[in-house]
Design a protein around this ligand. Sequence first.
Ligand SMILES: [Fe+2]
Ligand SMILES: [Fe+2]
Length: 240
Amino acid sequence: MPKLEAIPTMDSQSETEQTKFETETYKDAYSRINAIVIEGEQEAYENYIKLAEMLSDQKDELIKLSKMENRHKKGFQACGNNLKVTPDMEFAKKFFEPLHQNFQTAASTGNVVTCLLIQSLIIECFAIAAYNIYIPVADPFARKITEGVVKDEYSHLNFGEVWLKEHFEDSKAELQQANRQNLPLVWKMLNQVEKDAKTLEMEKEALVEDFMIAYGEALNNIGFTTGEIMRMSAYGLVAA
Ligand SMILES: [Fe+2]
Ligand SMILES: [Fe+2]
């Protein structure tokens, strides 16, 4: 016999919305996604301090950016607290390890262009894509925080674009090499979080699309041609 189901009223719908964030399934996925975001902001904080040492003429600006990243980290820690979730920081550290290692190696050999590609292009575009996809499905507390954060990330991406555009001819070969080395890591990272992201109603396809749009636009602003951008983007697929 067909079962009759009550049509949810506006009230009961918002009630369902509220409890969705309290389910164990949601909280379990959130413990990893939230940790990745916190670790990502921590990485960004440390990376901008490192970049401030490498680009001493831009030191003040880069220290300012690092402080913004630290504030972002605290904001996302508050989001986890708000949902009573303990972030799985061990998982997040492992998640960022390959990108972290590549940044450290580049910094230790003075390859500032590679450092900028990893932090100001890849990590910022990754954050912009993830935050934009997250905002419409986030709980109200996290939505407010994330909306504020994503505005900052655009300004950080802009910093990298401006510097790399000004030094385009000298940076071009290193950027292409760094892209080849690091873009496949982004794909691996997206594959690793696909399932948890889906639990939070964030689709991998949408994340990939937003990332590639932001990243492609950045490469275009820096001075790459459409053909070069297509070739550079294709390196991501090597890992897919
Ligand atoms: Fe940030
Ligand atoms: Fe940032």
